[in-house]
Design a binder for this molecule. Structure first.
Ligand code: NDP
Length: 449
C-alpha cells in the first residue's frame, strides 16, 4: 500500500506508532485522517505551532478496568472493559460501548479517534469517546447479561455524567444492555440523570427514531451522494453487510426509497434474495429471536445462503458495509468496481481496509467513510440529550426530519470542503478536513489543554 503523508506529518505518525505499539486499528484510523491534513497545515500554520494534531492523537483519559461476574451456573468470569475519553473540545465525551470478544484497547482507540471527527461533523456540541469490553453477549442468558452490565457500571459510573461522558450502544450493546446499565447507574448515584446514556427505551427518556437513526441516516447520506450525480435510489440494487441495528434500518429506509436490497449477512455468512430481502423475517430472526441469518432460507425458498465467499462478490450498484471494521478488503473492492458498483457508503466504522479505499479512489467510485455516512446515530443521540435536558419528547416525524437535515448538512460540508481543497467527490478528504477544523479551532481557542 502507498502511504501518502505530507512530510510534516510523518514524524507525528511515527510517534503514534511508537507510543501505541500493536494497536493496528488505531494506527490505521490515524493514518487515514493524517493523509488528508497536509493542506490544512499549509492553510492554518497555527495548528502546527500549537501541536493540535499531536494533541488530538493522544486521548485525554483512558480507563481500563476489571469486570467480574457470575454465570447462571454460579461460575465466576473475569472480563476487561475500557472507556477512552478522547477529546472534549466540543462537548462531553460521546460514543458507544461495544461488547465483543475482539475488543481490546486498539479497537476502542480507533473507534474513539474516529468519533472525534464524526461528532464534529454533526455540528453538535459533543466530544469524542468510546468504550467496550471483551465480553461476548452471544449465547448468554438475559440474567447473565444483566449481571455483567451491573458489574461493569459499578466501576464505570464514576467516570460518567451528562456533562462529562455519555455512552451509547454499538456492536453487542442495544436497548437491553443500555437499560441494565442505566438502571445500575441510577441505583448507585441515586439520580435520575436521563442524559447520562443514550439509546434508552422511549418510555423512559429515549428518543423516538434513535434505533433507526444510523441506518436511516446512512441512506439519507447515500441519497445525497446520488443527487450530487443527478441520480436517485429508485430501482438501484443494493448489498448491505450485517443484520444488526445499523443494517436492519438501512435496509428499511433503502426499501422505502425504492431501492432493492438483495443481500445481507451476519458473521456466519450471507443470504441473497433476488426478489428483495423480506425485512419482516430479518427483524423477527435478529431483533426478537436472536437467531442466525442462515435461518432466513427456511421461510424464503427462493433465497440462498452462502458461507464460503464474500458478500461483496454479489453484483450491485450500491454497497453499504454495516457489520464491522476491515470487512471489505482490496480484493472485495476490486470485485465491486468490476461488477459496476457506483457508490460505497459505510454504515460500520472503518469497514474498508486502507488498500480497499485506494482501489475505490483509483476507480473514481464515490466512496463515503463511516465518520460522515454513519453519523446519524450519534447525531440523534445528541438530539436525545437535548430532549432530556429540556425534559421534552419529540415526535418521530420531527426527530426524523432533524436527522435528515443533519445528514444533508454533513454531506454538503464534506462535498464543499473536498471541492474547496481541489478534489471534488473525495469524501474522505472532505470529511477529515471538515471534521478536523472544527475541533482544531476549539482546541486552539481554549489554550493548552
Ligand atoms: P450489532 O451488534 O447490532 O450488529 C452487528 C452486525 O455485524 C451483526 O450482524 C454481526 O453478526 C455482524 N458482525 C459483527 N462482527 C462481525 C465480524 N467480525 N464479521 C462479520 N460480521 C460481523 O451492531 P451495530 O449494527 O450497532 O453496529 C454495526 C457497525 O456500525 C459497527 O461497526 C458499529 O461501530 C457501527 N456503528 C453503529 C452505530 C449504532 O448506532 N449502532 C452508530 C455508528 C456506527 P453476528 O450477529 O453474527 O455477530
Amino acid at each position: 500500500m502507498t502511504i501518502r503523508l505530507d512530510a510534516r506529518l510523518v514524524p507525528i505518525y511515527q510517534d503514534v506508532l511508537h507510543r501505541n505499539p500493536g494497536e493496528i486499528e488505531f494506527h490505521q484510523a490515524v493514518l487515514e485522517v493524517l493523509e488528508s491534513l497536509g493542506p490544512v497545515l499549509t492553510k492554518y500554520p497555527e495548528f502546527a505551532d500549537k501541536k493540535i494534531i499531536q494533541r488530538i492523537c493522544e486521548p485525554e483519559r483512558q480507563i481500563i478496568f476489571r469486570v467480574p461476574w457470575r454465570d447462571d451456573a454460579g461460575e465466576i468470569h473475569i472480563n476487561r472493559a475500557f472507556r477512552v475519553e478522547f477529546n472534549s473540545a466540543l462537548g462531553p465525551y460521546k460514543g458507544g460501548m461495544r461488547f465483543h470478544p475482539s475488543v481490546y484497547l486498539g479497537i476502542v482507540k480507533f473507534l474513539g479517534f474516529e468519533q472525534i471527527f464524526k461528532n464534529s461533523l454533526t455540528g453538535m456540541p459533543i466530544g469524542g469517546g468510546k468504550g467496550g469490553s471483551d465480553f461476548d453477549p452471544k449465547g448468554k442468558s438475559d440474567d447473565e447479561v444483566e449481571r455483567f452490565c451491573q458489574s461493569l457500571m459499578l466501576e464505570m459510573y464514576r467516570h460518567l455524567g451528562e456533562h462529562t461522558d455519555v455512552p451509547a450502544g454499538d456492536i453487542g450493546v442495544g436497548g437491553r444492555e443500555i437499560g441494565y446499565m442505566f438502571g445500575q447507574y441510577k441505583r448507585i448515584t441515586n439520580r435520575y440523570e436521563s442524559g447520562v446514556l443514550t439509546g434508552k427505551g422511549t418510555d423512559w427518556g429515549g428518543s423516538l427514531a434513535r434505533k433507526e437513526a444510523t441506518g436511516y441516516g446512512l441512506i439519507f447520506f447515500t441519497q445525497e451522494m446520488l443527487k450530487a450525480q443527478n441520480d436517485s435510489l429508485e430501482g438501484k440494487k443494493v448489498v448491505i453487510s450485517g443484520s444488526g441495528n445499523v443494517a436492519i434500518y438501512a435496509i428499511e429506509k433503502a426499501q422505502q426509497l425504492g431501492a432493492i436490497v438483495i443481500a445481507c449477512s451476519d458473521s456466519g455468512g450471507f443470504i441473497v434474495d433476488e426478489n428483495g430481502i423480506d425485512l419482516t423475517t430479518v427483524k423477527r430472526l435478529k431483533e426478537q429471536e436472536r437467531r442466525r441469518i442462515k435461518d432466513y432460507t427456511e421461510y424464503h425458498t427462493t433465497a440462498r445462503y452462502v458461507s464460503d465467499s464474500s458478500i461483496w462478490s454479489i453484483p450491485c450498484e450500491i454497497a453499504l458495509p454495516c457489520a464491522t471494521q476491515n470487512e471489505l478488503t482490496a480484493e472485495d473492492a476490486t470485485m465491486l468496481v468490476n461488477s459496476g458498483c457506483i457508490i460505497v457508503a459505510e454504515g460500520a466504522n472503518m469497514p474498508t481496509t486502507a488498500e480497499g479505499i485506494q482501489v475505490f479512489q483509483q476507480a473514481k467510485l464515490r466512496y463515503a467513510p463511516g465518520k460522515a455516512a454513519n453519523a446519524g446515530g450519534v447525531a440523534t443521540s445528541a438530539l436525545e440529550m437535548q430532549q432530556n435536558a429540556s425534559r421534552d419528547s419529540w415526535s418521530t416525524e420531527y426527530t426524523q426530519s432533524r436527522l435528515e437535515e443533519i445528514m444533508v448538512g454533513i454531506h454538503k460540508s464534506c462535498f464543499d470542503t473536498a471541492k474547496e481543497y481541489g478534489d471534488e467527490g473525495n469524501y474522505v478528504l472532505g470529511a477529515n478536513i471538515a471534521g478536523f477544523i472544527r475541533v482544531a479551532r476549539a482546541m486552539s481557542a481554549m489554550g493548552l489543554i
